[in-house]
Write a protein that binds this ligand. Structure first.
Ligand code: GLC
Length: 475
């Protein structure tokens, strides 16, 4: 009999059921990456739990059953359905607080607080109901943090078994709304924690406090959150957790993001047929209505329009580079102010700048495959996915040395890295990239080095497995 490790994996979103951002990519791939590590001696039984958002797309859903949680002395129903994804059981948790909040993340923080408290506590109870005991509960971000908190406080109060808990941090500034009243309504006590006072009522800090291990989505972000600059007021607390804090770099779905087979591309290519990449550049320039010129460097960004991503720095840098030869494409939606600024830039430079303010996965892939340089000047970037995709597609990234960008791009080898979060620093990096772009052979070397990187999930999944093992031993 192989040894089995049972892992209950919780997230607010996961591909292919529902995806809003990078968390959805990770929660869709990592559980399957972990299961793929199973061997004759070790079985990793990972099961994914998601809220049954109205927008979730799932085939052949089976009802698993209902149970109730007591909230303010009143029973509220938890409706659980199950589906299977490549052999992995996936549970969808439904109920009134989840239906009441139509979108995955609401602008109404009270609705969000109710929804995710309900989800976190129902997910915790689910394991008992399906008669399957997890060895590890693995949550992601604030939406699931009350599961870790609930697991610890229940263990203390009811003397239940120690189940190892892990929380992965994808974005520290999002801590969730004050949940103190809701926590008490569900019959949990607000514990005496060593968190800063303002944080003692918020889901994420409570989850960090309760978890056995805290994993940032890159080693650099794991160190950054211990500093005042990136620690969002929790740096002292996180420092006090010592060895419990680490960083594991996310992987990429390398089967989906593969320029050799990607059906969205006009011409497929690989490191051995890089010349064919030029077809994609021509098609992209055509599609966007940019003058067709293989010699003009085509700069790109595919991003949420958000100050976190430093989109404003891109606008400012491009404005001061009118004398150099370049074209740019900007794809993304988000902050209406940034969208308007992007469109203004397009108006000012109509034969150079093309802006598409929408979400378009197909166009995004054509941009990775057809443009020359990918701009990602993020003010902070826990991991980042686009820089990995762009390297895989032979598009050279120009990034700020923050978080996962710092861990994935090597200056002068696979891309260009600059330090200061300032548009002048970005402009200087773009200018030096444009210089190298003119030296064909050197540019190609950088493209090939990027394409040769291994960003597959296996490495990350192995690190998580090591962590689970060490925690189970301690528990
Ligand atoms: C968040 C972070 C991003 C990270 C993603 C997945 O969206 O902002 O850097 O790649 O989560 O972990």
């Amino acid at each position: 009999m192989p040894q089995t490790i049972n892992i209950l994996f919780l997230a607010a979103e996961a591909e292919p059921f529902i995806k809003v951002g990078g968390l959805g990519d990770v929660a869709g791939s990592l559980p399957r990456g972990l299961r793929a590590l199973s061997s004759e001696d070790l079985k990793l039984d990972v099961r994914l739990v998601l809220p049954h958002h109205p927008a979730v797309k799932a085939d052949s859903l089976k009802p698993v059953g209902m149970f109730s949680l007591l909230r303010d002395g009143v029973e509220i129903q938890v409706e659980v359905s199950e589906t299977v994804l490549n052999g992995m059981p996936v549970y969808l948790i439904g109920g009134e607080p989840i239906r009441a909040n139509g979108s995955v993340y609401s602008l109404n923080s009270a609705l969000d607080a109710e929804k995710y408290a309900f989800f976190s506590l129902a997910a915790l109870e689910l394991a008992n109901r399906i008669n399957w005991q997890p060895d590890v509960i693995h949550g992601n971000d604030w939406h699931t943090a009350l599961s870790m908190y609930g697991a610890l406080t229940k263990r203390w109060e009811e003397g239940s078994r120690h189940v190892a808990t892990v929380i992965t941090l994808h974005n520290l500034p999002f801590m969730g709304p004050d949940a103190s009243a809701i926590i008490e309504k569900y019959g949990l006590k607000l514990a005496q924690t060593d968190l800063p006072e303002w944080a003692r009522v918020m889901p994420l800090p409570l989850g960090l406090w309760a978890s056995d291990a805290i994993v940032a989505v890159s080693p650099t972000y794991g160190r950054e959150i211990l500093t005042p600059e990136y620690g969002c007021g929790l740096n002292e607390f996180l420092l006090s957790r010592g060895d419990a804090v680490s960083g594991i770099l996310n992987g990429l779905d390398t089967a989906s993001f593969d320029p050799a087979v990607d059906v969205a591309l006009g011409a497929n290519f690989s490191v051995d047929s890089l010349d064919k990449r030029a077809v994609n550049k021509r098609l992209l320039q055509e599609r966007l209505g940019l003058p067709h010129d293989p010699e003009t460097p085509l700069l790109a960004t595919v991003s949420r329009m958000d100050v976190q991503k430093g989109i404003d720095m891109i606008f400012a840098a491009l404005k001061m580079m009118k004398k150099s030869k370049w074209q740019a494409v900007i794809l993304g939606t988000g902050d209406p102010k940034l969208e308007a600024e992007a469109l203004k830039l397009q108006e000012a430079l109509p034969d150079r700048v093309k802006v598409e303010t929408r979400y378009d996965a197909g166009l995004a892939r054509q941009i990775y495959a057809g443009s020359d340089m990918f701009l990602m000047p993020s003010r902070y970037e826990p991991c980042g996915l686009s820089q990995m995709i762009s390297m895989r597609y032979g598009c050279v990234p120009i990034v700020r040395a923050a978080g996962g960008l710092n861990d994935t791009v090597k200056h002068g080898v696979t891309g260009f890295v600059f330090e200061k979060a300032h548009h002048m620093a970005l402009a200087a990096a773009i200018k030096s990239a444009i210089k190298v772009f003119a030296e064909r052979a050197k540019w190609r070397e950088i493209q090939c080095a990027g394409m040769a990187q291994d960003f597959s999930w296996e490495n990350s999944a192995r690190k998580y497995l090591e962590l689970y093992r060490s925690l189970i031993k301690k528990a």
